[in-house]
Write a protein of this length. Structure first.
Length: 258
């Protein structure tokens, strides 16, 4: 059965997660996982995208291992996902999991094959493009390690490559912050974001996530200040399109209700 989704790939990622999993990937997003575009934890898989926007995702559950044609796809990787609950949540990074999309499957260990297409169509800002993703699952006899079946040859001038090559500690700190936010541990998320900002004072992703975490804790003024910092970062870099986007986002999510 095929399922079609449009997922908000905030922070360049979306998830497949067993409904009963904690979703902890704090130690899974290694440099190798970034290049493989897939991180694996207990009952959860995180997919790395090349666009920080809504992306089309097709999910298909099969009764057998497929004999796929890899032509037309840029990157293909597979891994194992244990599903004990019988439900798989399919969500963007900042989605509220109880309201996220899900599919019903038989409990068991699944092999998950990810197909990524049109990756080099994405623009320098990581906003516009025709990238698309297909996820195929089938029951497997046992768990096995992730395996890249076809690797994307990066466009060396793209922002996507820069995102995937970003070095720790800022990347690791941001991933830890995102994991804490998904677990609703917002104060811990704020602390990881602040550490990332100390390493890189213009790390706009950390300001955005910290602002959202502050808002969840009731600190609306702190949230507004963080998003205004993001706007200033983009304005100073001459990226007026992104500055305008976050100015509108700020007005919609924070200031409009004041």
């Amino acid at each position: 059965m095929k399922h079609q989704f449009e997922l908000s790939a905030d922070y360049f990622q979306f998830y497949l997660q067993d409904e009963q999993s904690s979703g902890d990937l704090s130690n899974s997003w290694t440099e190798q996982a970034m290049f493989d575009m897939l991180a694996v934890g207990l009952g959860v898989i995180r997919v790395r995208t090349v666009r920080n926007m809504a992306v089309p995702v097709e999910v298909e559950v099969l009764d057998f291992q497929p004999n796929d044609n890899f032509d037309g796809w840029d990157h293909i990787v597979e891994a194992s996902l244990e599903v004990t609950s019988g439900r798989i949540i399919i969500a963007g990074c900042t989605d509220y999991l109880p309201d996220a999309a899900s599919i019903t499957v038989a409990p068991g260990i699944y092999r998950v094959r990810l197909f990524c297409g049109a990756l080099n169509s994405v623009d320098e800002l990581g906003v516009n493009g025709n990238d698309h993703y297909r996820v195929v699952l089938w029951l497997s006899a046992d768990r096995s390690e992730p395996k890249v079946l076809k690797r994307w040859k990066f466009d060396c001038g793209s922002s996507s490559k820069r995102e995937l090559e970003e070095e720790p500690p800022t990347t690791k700190l941001l991933q830890q912050a995102m994991d804490k936010s998904r677990q609703k541990l917002f104060q811990e998320s704020i602390e990881y974001c602040t550490q990332a900002i100390q390493f890189n004072p213009i790390f706009h992703e950390a300001y955005i996530l910290r602002g959202c975490a502050k808002c969840n804790l009731g600190d609306r003024q702190g949230a507004i200040e963080d998003i205004e910092k993001v706007i200033n970062i983009f304005s100073n870099q001459g990226d007026l399109a992104s500055a305008s986007f976050y100015r509108q986002w700020l007005n919609q999510h924070f200031k409009a209700s004041n």
